[in-house]
Design a protein. Structure first.
Length: 470
């Protein structure tokens, strides 16, 4: 589904990515702490971790889309706290419609409520209804009326500017569908990947360097109309690729004050970066850029709302270990408050690089790496300041004010076991430890004293103290 797009992004950014870690073991001179945690210096509040879709792809059989066993697994074991789906136009030849999706939505709501999980439902539009789309050339030329897009929902086309009010009303209907099913929609994105013409549902928005881009104009016109009816629903976007928005020439760089005022959350997509996220890596540079140039100056939070391409082989350059490092980079450098995988599950074949799991039958390395973050960093947790003297240790830490929890995820990318020597005030004396490595799948390794934590070589360890979801 993403091959053409991945190739394009790869041509722009992947050649610049360099693995700049080392495999040597390093101790702090004098035996002092190699990781210091400052619980008083706090950053983003975590909104959640999740994935897209049902037990299998939306175009699959309706009877395969949901089972209570699968829903319970992903909510109570994986730790799902954000669920993303597509908002489909009720037209023929679609992968799904609301009648097909509704049982899945209600199933998630029921399982989440039963387990006291504050599951957030977010919705993305891949294409405006066919009746609202025109050719981009006719819109650029200012034709009125513009020329209808011959591809319907697919193969690009753009939203007719004269239909902004109708589009806002259509978005409101999607929000109402969820409300009528007993779900308060948390957020909606008016357009998935607005730069890409695709053979599947897609709609593009022009980037005109001489004036406000078409995406910004749409946001300015549509958001107030949606908010009139649903003031608590967040508007997120642009859902363009991180490697593009991490530069000044794309949608974020062409937004004016009015557009920023009508945006709640900045959301990015990213596929397989394949590098250790040291401060000088390209991945870190992009996340730092979008945080300091777009998010912080405009008071917005940042999400990753679609990512995939990682394999289930632990040690591959683009394997499960790299997925863990990518999540770390988003949290640490981008101060992202949500991380959402692409397709969560698929039945009938082994999971592809775009799928996190194969129903309840196949839970691979990507599932367990995700679990190290999803299950133990709960919504409401606040990321705190971490400093490390070891180039092979990648550590993020969180405090949860209502759960009285302290959680750390520590990645030892070196080839030797390491003693985690903690410094900082108020650090708990013990932690429960859970580890994923080439031979372990988020296994409990028991209670460990904060003064004697061993991080296995080439592993991801989550350390938890407090009342987290377990």
């Amino acid at each position: 589904m993403h091959n053409r797009r991945t190739t394009l992004i790869g041509s722009l950014v992947m050649l610049a990515m360099v693995f700049d870690g080392c495999s040597c073991s390093k101790r702090t001179p004098g035996g002092g702490p190699n990781v210091t945690i400052d619980l008083r210096t706090q950053y983003q509040t975590i909104e959640g971790f999740g994935f897209f879709g049902a037990q299998t792809v939306w175009w699959g059989n309706a009877s395969d889309l949901w089972s209570d066993a699968w829903g319970t697994l992903v909510v109570t074991d994986l730790g799902l706290s954000v669920w993303r789906s597509e908002y489909y136009s009720e037209e023929t030849n679609q992968d799904a419609n609301w009648a097909k999706q509704k049982p899945v939505v209600q199933g998630f709501k029921r399982i989440a409520d039963a387990n006291r999980v504050p599951l957030k439902f977010i919705l993305t539009v891949w294409s405006a209804p066919s009746s609202m789309k025109c050719t981009i050339a006719s819109v650029q030329a200012g034709q009125s009326p513009c020329t209808p897009h011959p591809g319907g929902l697919k193969n690009g086309g753009t939203l007719d500017p004269s239909r902004y009010a109708a589009y806002a009303q259509w978005l409101g209907q999607g929000i109402k569908n969820y409300a009528d099913a007993g779900v308060d929609l948390y957020a909606i994105s008016p357009q998935n990947e607005p730069m890409f013409v695709e053979s599947y549902n897609s709609c593009v928005y022009d980037i005109d360097p001489a004036k406000r881009n078409a995406y910004a104009r749409m946001i300015e016109a549509v958001t107030p109309l949606v908010k009139q009816a649903y003031p608590n629903v967040k508007i997120f976007g642009t859902e363009n690729m991180l490697g593009l928005e991490g530069q000044p020439w794309f949608y974020s760089g062409k937004m004016d004050r009015a557009a920023w005022a009508n945006f709640d959350v900045l959301a990015y997509h990213g596929y397989v970066d394949g590098v250790a996220p040291t401060a000088s890596s390209q991945l870190a540079i992009y996340w730092n850029y979008v945080r300091t140039k777009w998010a912080a100056p405009h008071g917005k939070s940042s999400w990753m709302t679609e990512t995939a391409g990682y394999t289930d082989v632990w040690a591959d350059a683009n394997g499960a270990r790299t997925l863990g490092l990518a999540i770390y980079a988003a949290l640490n450098y981008g101060q992202a408050s949500a991380w959402v995988w692409w397709q969560g599950s698929e039945l009938g074949r082994p999971p592809s690089q775009y799928t996190l799991m194969g129903g309840t039958q196949y839970l691979g390395k990507r599932y367990y790496v995700s679990k190290n973050f999803y299950r133990y960093i709960r919504p409401g947790a606040k990321m705190v300041k971490v400093t490390t003297s070891d180039a092979n240790l990648f550590v993020v830490a969180f405090t949860h004010p209502t759960m009285n929890a302290v959680t750390m995820v520590a990645i030892n990318s070196g080839t030797q076991d390491k003693n985690l020597v903690l410094g900082g005030k108020g650090i708990p004396s013990t932690f429960n430890a859970y580890r994923t490595s080439a031979t372990e799948d988020c296994v409990s390794v028991g209670s460990v004293a904060s003064g004697s934590i061993t991080l296995k070589a080439d592993s991801i360890t989550t350390l938890v103290n407090g009342n987290v979801f377990e």
